[in-house]
Design a protein around this ligand. Structure first.
Ligand code: ZN
Length: 225
């Protein structure tokens, strides 16, 4: 099933596909982000070079945006803490973590928003390609942020739903592995896609996905506050 992927669109043919996701451009974002090396939170690579890269791409997109759309970018710094029930329980504390937040909408202020979320930092010694450079690349290309944002940013009030784009391992199709209990509409929207893939078996069958599930639950808990 993993091999059953749609063919990625190339930049040389993009004039034929206005408004479509160009896979080659997204892949280039992964290459450019990973070429910065490990992007550990607090490092120059993460806080300066990765943020500069993301904002440059976003500002480029803003310049080319249709007049009907308003795209606003905001880079914020947050400090805070939240509890995790993972393992025996721990508290995650962060200080001056940067969020690069982009708001895409109509010219007039919208009442409701959908939040797409990923992270651009990585583990030490990892270039963070799949986790989570690919998520950032997908979001940058779709355009054509998290606890700190949702608890402290004024745009958070209008968020009615969020989608967290994460990674576990490298390779395979993207899949929906967890959805909130009271919003079946998001699964219904998924069925409209060309080749949707979703499963509920992963989170209950292997410990690693239990961890992912914990992280996802932590995010869901934070965002529902
Ligand atoms: Zn991750």
């Amino acid at each position: 099933m993993d091999k059953h992927l749609p063919e990625g669109k190339l930049m040389k043919n993009e004039h034929k596909y206005p408004g479509k996701f160009i896979a080659e451009r997204a892949r280039n974002h992964v290459v450019n982000l990973t070429s910065l090396g490990p992007r550990v939170a607090g490092s120059y690579a993460n806080e300066v070079r990765a943020v500069n890269y993301l904002t440059a791409v976003i500002n480029d997109t803003i310049k080319q945006a249709n007049d009907n759309h308003r795209i606003v970018v905001d880079v914020t710094k947050h400090s805070g803490a939240f509890p995790l029930t993972f393992l025996d329980g721990m508290t995650s504390v962060y200080k001056n973590v940067q969020n690069v937040i982009v708001k895409l909408g109509p010219r007039r202020d919208p009442e409701h928003s959908l939040l797409l979320n990923c992270h651009f930092d990585s583990f030490p010694e990892s270039p963070g390609g799949s986790d989570d450079g690919a998520g950032c690349a997908v979001m940058l290309e779709i355009l054509r942020a998290s606890h700190g944002f949702i608890t402290q940013h004024p745009w958070a009030k209008e968020i009615k739903a969020f989608i967290n784009i994460e990674a576990c391992g490298a390779g395979g199709r993207e899949l929906l592995f967890q959805a909130g209990p009271e919003n079946p509409w998001i699964v219904e929207v998924l069925t409209l896609l060309g080749r949707p893939m979703a499963t509920s078996t992963i989170q209950s069958s292997i410990p690693w996905s239990k961890y992912l599930s914990e992280r996802s639950n932590a995010l869901a808990t934070i965002y529902s506050r």
